[in-house]
Design a protein around this ligand. Structure first.
Ligand code: BEZ
Ligand code: FE
Length: 291
């Protein structure tokens, strides 16, 4: 592989790639950049051996925390702004489509399938504000898209997602809806409240290392999907929420902020929130990917 010194070590490691086993172009590209950046980082900070061992121990502890309810590496990537950056590289906004943002670690597959206008609320809280959420899902030409599957999830008024809270019913504040023949959706839920991301263990160590708080502004998560369109993973944000400009995971985009208004009596909720989404056609996405 080569005899090394401090000057040539990076080039020697890069030159070794693929020497004793075939690797793809993409693997070579990623491994080369990874080695160059990591070596550059080590040289920049003159990393000492005890610090290297501390980093290995940190990653080992992070790995041991991962289970169905806690994906520590997603959290660490979020705190460092990596998930939002990867999402922007993966789903660049090229036309009028809605912006995506991070999935986060709290999505659950197969939420309850509910009819249009139904409520996701299974448990009530003294401080809750109920909301009629509605809007249209359209294509880039402005036509409503029927049959879009819409998964929604949010934290409860106590600031905790149901799967992390033994005192909430299963799938509380989660649901799967579908747009009607005009592309219209509607459901009842609660005004989302700000909450702290997990700030114990290795995520907490990283937040403190960066001098950050753990809080996220109030938001509702969405996944919109329908054959023929690029799936949209996104969130909508409460314009009056605390932490809107200081999100601990850097996921807030201007276009995803909306306002909660008092609801008209006939809606039967405290508040009303309207938000329209635009989906990009999958064919356009494939053409871009093929370029
Ligand atoms: C969330 O919004 O659920 C979330 C996103 C990133 C990290 C932690 C939580
Ligand atoms: Fe969230």
């Amino acid at each position: 592989m080569g005899i090394v010194n401090e000057q040539n070590i990076t080039d020697v490691v890069i030159a070794s790639l693929g020497k004793h086993g075939e690797i793809t172009q993409r693997e070579r590209e990623i491994a080369t950049a990874l080695i160059r950046h990591l070596h550059g980082f080590v040289k920049d900070v003159k990393l000492q051996h005890h610090e290297f061992l501390a980093a290995c121990d940190y990653l080992a502890r992070a790995g041991k925390l991962c289970n169905d309810n806690r994906q520590e590496f997603i959290l660490l990537g979020d705190i460092l702004g990596i998930e939002v950056l990867v999402d922007m590289m993966t789903n660049p906004v090229e036309g009028g489509e809605s912006e995506s943002t991070v999935l986060g670690p709290f999505y659950r597959e197969n939420p309850p399938v509910l009819p249009k206008g139904a409520s996701t609320i299974q448990k009530h809280y003294d401080n809750e504000e109920t909301v009629w959420f509605e809007g249209y899902v359209r294509d880039e030409a402005g036509n409503g898209i029927a049959g879009v599957t819409m998964d929604v999830w949010e934290d409860a008024p106590n600031g905790i997602y149901e799967n992390l809270d033994p005192d909430q019913p299963e799938y509380n504040l989660r649901g799967r809806f579908e747009t009607d023949e005009n592309g219209h959706y509607a459901f009842v839920a609660v005004r989302p409240v700000p909450y702290p991301i997990p700030d114990d263990e290795t995520a907490g160590e990283l937040l403190r290392f960066m001098g950050h708080h753990p809080n996220r502004p109030g938001h509702v998560h969405f996944i919109l999907s329908r054959e023929g369109y690029r799936p949209l993973i996104s969130q909508i944000y409460d314009s009056d929420s605390a932490w809107l400009e200081e999100d601990s995971v850097f996921a807030v985009k201007e276009s995803l902020i909306g306002k909660f208004h008092p609801a008209a009596k006939e809606l039967g909720t405290d508040l009303h929130f309207t938000f329209d989404f635009v989906l990009k056609a999958a064919a356009a996405e494939q053409a871009v990917a093929a370029e």
